[in-house]
Design a protein around this ligand. Structure first.
Ligand code: ATP
Ligand code: MG
Length: 412
């Protein structure tokens, strides 16, 4: 899936997912000597552009990136390394076909190997001649080179030579959450409940880092299943910071931008007004959580009208918790804790509320998800074993008001 510029209207009728799916070649082999191979063919997808900044301005930014490669603006050393194009060619075997990992809205991704550091990497080659691509590139390097958190993908370096714009990341072996949740291969095992909750908790911690721990705080703007990569043990890492924006400062509650995002994940308030807030990310998080619980896609063109947009489908069903078992992913085959299912739906429902001020803050969300992830479900014993961690205030709050569904779903 990729990004789009919204029409300014939210809701199913206005949403038209891009017809190209991102491609992933799971047959990617490990390091080997570079060989010459042609790039894979790909159908180009239209990406609506944010108001184009002057190209000279961007070129200046790119040059500054190269100058600041090892030292950030505040003088601290950063991890981002400036690579030559020859080094990237050597790492990817000149973009070997069998190193191709997949393709998104801004370019193709290849596996690579850095001989000097003995590191397996993923290299994203942004489409050439695209001003939008250059903007993404500058945003990505600026955001990631100062960020460091176990739930964010590491940017190892970049290459900005002539028209080439490449990003070099740590290689995340299990690919994206999208690959593990939707359109599974016949031999692929569906994710179990515990793993799903752990993935959601990890993603929430990554988002919390961006929202409250980064200085200045950052709005991610592109939270979705294809941007949650999975490391060993299904450890989640947020990737793709090309759309990230520094959050509002001082008394301001929002930053105004041209609306960008991905169909099905974009908060209605942001889509309508272009006013981007931290709560826009919370809405997208709610959609991801709904995908994890229901196994449905954020937007599924193949479903009948009324069922295509996940939030539109889920909202009326939130009103009655007796619907919850039917809403759970059939691939879970009933292997989930009933209480955990209710709580997870309650949290998701709060995140996707129409009114941004009613959506929870990220820190409350982290507490709630950490708690849910700590409630291990044992399918053999059908018992939930808890690490006796204190339930988060978000969940306590709802329990003290009896059924979450009774209270919080009134607004739907
Ligand atoms: N660091 C990485 N390690 C391993 N695989 C990666 C890495 N980064 C990206 N990929 C894979 O490359 C593919 C394309 O990623 P990319 O981010 O370009 O597209 P996308 O997320 O599908 O769409 P979008 O452009 O909207 O973000 C995905 O399948 C992803 O799993
Ligand atoms: Mg991506």
């Amino acid at each position: 899936m990729g990004c789009f510029g919204c029409s300014g209207i939210s809701g199913e009728e206005s949403e038209h997912p891009r017809n190209k799916k991102s491609k992933r070649n799971d047959n990617s082999s490990n390091k080997s000597k570079p060989q010459r191979h042609a790039s894979p063919d790909s159908s180009k997808e239209t990406v609506k552009k944010e108001e184009a900044p002057k190209s000279e301005q961007l070129l200046l930014c790119v040059k500054n990136l190269a100058l600041n490669a090892e030292v950030s603006l505040d003088g601290k050393a950063t991890k981002a390394h400036s690579f030559t194009f020859d080094q990237v060619i050597a790492a990817t075997g000149n973009f070997r076909l069998d190193y191709f990992l997949g393709e998104g809205g801004f370019g193709k991704v290849y596996k690579g190997f850095l001989e000097e550091t003995n590191q397996v990497v993923a290299v994203k080659q942004l489409d050439q001649d695209s001003l939008q691509g250059t903007r993404e590139f500058v945003a990505e390097v600026s955001t990631l080179s100062t960020a460091e958190h176990p739930n964010l993908v590491k940017l190892i370096g970049f290459c900005a030579e002539d028209k080439q714009r490449l990003l070099v990341y740590e290689y995340i072996p299990l690919g994206s959450l999208e690959n593990h949740l939707h359109d599974l291969e016949p031999n692929q095992k569906p994710l179990d409940w515990n793993t799903r909750m752990a993935i959601a908790a990890g993603a929430a911690r990554g988002l919390e880092y961006l929202h409250v721990k980064m200085k200045p705080p950052v709005i991610y703007r592109d939270l979705k299943c294809s941007n949650i990569l999975l490391g060993e043990g299904y450890h989640s890492k947020l990737s793709d910071f090309g759309l990230a924006r520094v959050g509002p400062s001082g008394d301001k509650t929002h930053v105004s931008t041209r609306v960008m995002g991905t169909y099905g994940y974009c908060a209605p308030d942001y889509a309508m007004t272009g006013q981007l807030t931290f709560k826009s990310d919370i809405y997208s998080f709610g959609v991801v959580l709904l995908e994890l619980i229901t196994g449905r896609k954020a937007f599924d063109h193949s479903r009948e009208r009324g069922e295509q947009n996940l939030v539109s489908w889920a909202r009326p069903r939130f009103k009655d918790r007796r619907n919850f078992s039917d809403m759970a992913d059939p691939q879970l085959q009933g292997q989930y804790p009933m209480k955990g299912l209710y709580q997870a739906f309650a949290v998701a429902a709060m995140c996707v509320q129409e009114q941004p001020s009613l959506r929870p803050a990220i820190s409350d969300l982290v507490n709630a998800l950490n708690y849910l992830a700590s409630q291990k479900y044992d399918p053999d014993n059908h018992v939930e074993s808890s690490r006796r961690s204190k339930a988060s205030s978000l969940l306590n709050y709802n329990h003290s008001n009896r059924a979450v569904a009774d209270r919080d779903f009134k607004s739907f």
